[in-house]
Write a protein that binds this ligand. Structure first.
Ligand SMILES: NC(=O)c1ccc[n+]([C@@H]2O[C@H](COP(=O)([O-])OP(=O)(O)OC[C@H]3O[C@@H](n4cnc5c(N)ncnc54)[C@H](O)[C@@H]3O)[C@@H](O)[C@H]2O)c1
Length: 348
């Protein structure tokens, strides 16, 4: 079992990673476990003790204030205290809701995250960002609140359906492309199946992603110094793709589309050389994704701009766009929204 500790504003976040990591929870008491309804059997086979449970419906539709209120209600009715535990057992949807509820109930109760999707193991469970969608805008309400523990049980990876693997690979590709040349080479030298069938390789993959993300989070927890902005590579256009598709295109796949289009944009503006785009194309292809823009466009490209305009990270006129300057080396460019709009075909 591997353990990593990160010092953040509220204290230490400990990450426990390995086969059977969930057993580190022991016999629970004074805990409320939030999980997606479809995972009821999984949660109850892994969690022991006298915890209370709250199941929420699956998927993005649950990321609402109504669900947060449901959780808060259960916490109040159950008379949970600040040192009680709220445990998120599920993917990013559940941890985004749980983290938000944990941060506002009694101004913050103990929060533990058990990610069960590849995407949440490598990204969503870490870093303290949480939130819900509101008035059609993704993650517009939320707080920063890191779990005290994140328990990444690698045995879950082998039981995970293929679509969840593919989705997580989207975020993994992001780390490899913009931050981590060693991870990029590791991915290029192994197929995804080879990695996931081998416990040592799986742990190497997850550990690199944990370190890639948490090293940046530790330096810029509240996303104010431009350091953490690097993690947004592929997400400006990626979030817009996801929203325009009505969330029928998954987050990880949308991030791949976003990486390709944002890099194409950067090449068209002379911000990076075409070699960078070529290398990203090779990585994406090796990971089994298409490099054709149309495969990521759920509608006319100019319609993406309305979602980009509501991006939390934009000002009225500009946007910080992270791009790999060279493979694995990031730079953050300040770009005019109008120039992205032009690129997407919306000439005004
Ligand atoms: N807060 C952050 O930093 C951050 C980062 C990235 C993504 N996110 C958010 O995460 C959400 C996406 O999360 P996700 O990709 O983990 O998906 P998800 O949580 O929506 O789960 C997808 C589906 O997989 C099911 N599922 C979960 N674990 C499973 C397992 N082990 N076996 C079988 N089915 C399982 C869920 O019940 C659900 O139906 C998005 O809302 C995104 O905005 C947040």
């Amino acid at each position: 079992m591997q353990r990593f500790s990160y010092r953040l504003s509220r204290g230490v976040t400990e990450i426990i990673l390995g086969t059977g990591a969930i057993s580190s929870l022991g016999e629970l008491e004074d805990a409320l476990v939030l999980f997606p309804e479809s995972l009821e059997d999984l949660v109850k086979s892994h969690i022991h003790g006298s915890a209370e449970y709250i199941g929420i419906s699956d998927g993005e539709e649950s990321k609402t204030m109504e669900t947060v209120i449901q959780v808060l209600d259960k916490l109040m009715v159950g008379n949970f205290k600040r040192n009680s535990m709220l445990i998120s057992f599920g993917g990013g949807t559940v941890s985004d809701v749980a983290g938000f509820a944990a941060s506002i109930y009694l101004r913050g109760i103990r929060y533990i995250s058990v990610p069960t999707t590849l995407l949440s193991m490598v990204d969503a469970s870490m870093g303290g960002k949480n939130g819900v969608n509101f008035k059609g805008v993704k993650n517009v309400l939320g707080t920063f609140y890191s779990p005290s523990e994140i328990i990444i049980d690698t045995s879950l990876v082998r039981e995970m359906p293929k679509f969840l693997i593919e989705d997580g690979i989207g975020e993994i590709a992001k780390y490899a492309a913009i931050l981590d040349i060693e991870l990029q080479e590791f991915l290029m030298n192994n197929s995804v199946n080879e990695i996931l069938e081998d416990e040592e390789k799986t742990q190497y993959l997850l550990t690199r992603c944990v370190k890639d993300k948490m090293d940046l989070v530790e330096q810029d927890e509240f996303d104010q110094k431009g350091i953490r902005a690097v993690l947004n590579y592929g997400h400006t256009i990626g979030h817009a793709i996801e929203a325009l598709s009505g969330f029928s295109i998954s987050h990880g796949r949308a991030v791949i589309g976003g990486m390709l289009m944002e890099t194409d944009y950067a090449v068209s503006k002379g911000l990076v050389t075409p070699d960078v785009r070529k290398r990203i194309g090779e990585l994406v292809t090796h990971l089994g994704f298409s490099v054709k823009r149309e495969d990521y466009l759920p509608g006319p490209p100019e319609e993406l701009i309305q979602y980009i305009l509501s991006d939390k990270k934009s000002t009225r006129h500009t946007l910080k766009l992270p791009i790999p300057e060279k493979p694995g080396i990031p730079k953050v460019c300040e770009v005019e929204l109008s120039s992205i709009s032009d690129y997407l075909g919306l000439l005004k």
